[in-house]
Write a protein that binds this ligand. Structure first.
Ligand code: GDP
Length: 425
């Protein structure tokens, strides 16, 4: 059967840690969407790793790691990560990259940066990893599937065509240097050599694993509120962040899902633009940002400071529901131990009326947070693994959130390490 681990919010909920933990009892771990634009932080016996392209099962020799067809494959970033694992003493992982995955081309990265530059102050806050130009080209049908890199004639002809289109924009819209098809061809030949040992038919591998009754884990990137349809469009990512997209992004049959685990953090954090109703500013934000995560709330890919705020039950209830969550995991509760009182956003006031359903983006900028205030526990709870040993105020906080998001919280993460987890009945 298939379990999916996905984000209920804006990403960075701590999915990497939960995937790394559950990967131990899985046979296959799969990335099915997104690219190298976000990262999962994993801390285990080998050290601290920020994974961008690789599935989080790479630390276990028994796990088959799959990069599905729905992923935006950055071959150079993929190989760098393999090297960083080697350097960290991790045994060579078993990885299969879909022969249908499409490749992030060098010009996708350039166009991402040029477009942000062109937009100036109105930029979306892209990580400039080429993701939006990549998915645009995929759906405009001028992208490159991995298998196509190995067909010389096709590769050359398609590069020539793409360069004509891109060069028109480079010359007239962005006023930047033009692309040279021959130079690009050489680069893609170098990239196909790097990826060749990993390429395979992942849909067949996944099907065989399911037929053999193996445990398959889907690992989502970002979260519901960054989904192009259900998120805060246009401040979203360019591929679906929903568990259901696993059916498309790797070819898992819809009937195979047994569990959808939505990960949510005990406070909110977000990167990029868009309205963030429960956001904190000034000193309050600075303190939470510096205490958050395992090394403060700074992007795993970009190092940029994340926006932080109180837990948003309106966004998270919606986030869990759109994922079809069967359970939630509340992470980083240890971070809040310094607070006398903790606020939770339980409603949005829009035009004088309090609402509890997450609105469309065009109404979101009028939403003011409605808070409930809960007492803090004022002590260090990092590493507690027995839920009943958590202070009463911490348990009350978990239970308050559970009822507000209408999803059972079955695990509470009390620190960044694999073993810092308290299971609940
Ligand atoms: P992901 O993209 O959802 O995997 O999230 P990230 O790894 O980008 O961000 C989560 C951050 O929180 C990382 O720095 C993790 O090490 C850290 N983290 C995860 N769970 C916990 C936890 O329970 N407590 C603390 N303090 N940090 C955590």
């Amino acid at each position: 059967m298939v379990k999916a681990i996905v984000g209920a919010n804006w990403g960075d909920e701590g999915k990497g840690k939960i995937t790394d933990m559950l990967a131990e009892s899985s046979d296959m771990v799969i990335r099915f969407q997104g690219g190298a634009n976000a990262g999962h932080t994993i801390i285990n016996n080998y050290g601290r790793f920020a994974l961008h392209s690789l599935p989080s099962g790479v630390f276990y020799p028994h796990v088959t790691n799959i990069v599905g067809n729905g992923v935006a494959l950055n071959i150079r970033s993929f190989s760098e990560e393999i090297k960083s694992l080697e350097a960290g003493g991790v045994p060579a992982p078993h990885i299969i990259v879909s022969n249908r995955a499409q490749v992030v081309m060098p010009y996708h990265i350039l166009f991402d940066a040029y477009e942000e530059e062109r937009l100036g102050g109105k930029a979306f806050g892209s990580t400039k990893s080429g993701i939006a130009p990549f998915y645009s080209d995929k759906y405009a049908k001028i992208g490159f599937q991995v298998n196509e890199l190995f067909d010389d004639a096709l590769l050359k002809a398609r590069l020539k065509n793409v360069c004509e289109i891109k060069n028109a924009l480079l010359e007239h819209l962005y006023h930047k240097p033009l692309l040279d098809p021959e130079e690009l061809y050489q680069e893609m030949v170098a990239q196909r050599e790097l990826i060749a040992p990993f390429v395979g038919d992942t849909a067949v591998a996944v099907r065989a694993a399911l037929d053999a009754g193996k445990q398959v884990l889907l690992e989502g990137q970002l979260g519901t509120l960054k989904d192009p349809d259900f998120g805060i469009y246009p401040f979203v990512t360019s591929s679906s962040t929903l568990a259901g997209y696993g059916c498309v992004g790797v070819g898992v049959p819809p009937t195979q899902f047994s569990d959808v685990i939505a990960v949510t953090k005990a406070y909110s954090s977000a990167v990029g633009g868009g309205d963030f109703v429960s956001e904190l500013f000034g000193d309050e934000a600075e303190t939470l940002r510096n205490r958050g995560g395992d090394k403060g709330e700074y992007g795993a890919t970009t190092g940029r400071p994340r926006r932080v705020g109180w837990f948003d039950a309106v966004a998270t209830k919606y986030g869990c529901r759109m994922q079809g969550a069967t359970q939630a995991v509340l992470t980083a509760i240890d971070v809040l131990g310094y607070l006398d009182e903790i606020k939770v956003c339980v409603g949005y006031e829009i035009d004088g009326k309090v609402e509890t359903e997450f609105p469309v983006t065009s109404r979101l900028d009028r939403a003011k947070p409605v808070f409930e205030t809960l007492p803090g526990w004022k002590c260090d709870i990092r590493g507690i693994t027995d839920y009943n040993k958590l202070p009463k105020e911490a348990r009350d906080y978990v239970e308050f959130i559970e009822s507000a998001i209408k999803t059972p919280i079955k695990m509470v993460s009390t620190g960044p390490k694999r073993e810092d987890i308290a299971q609940r009945g």
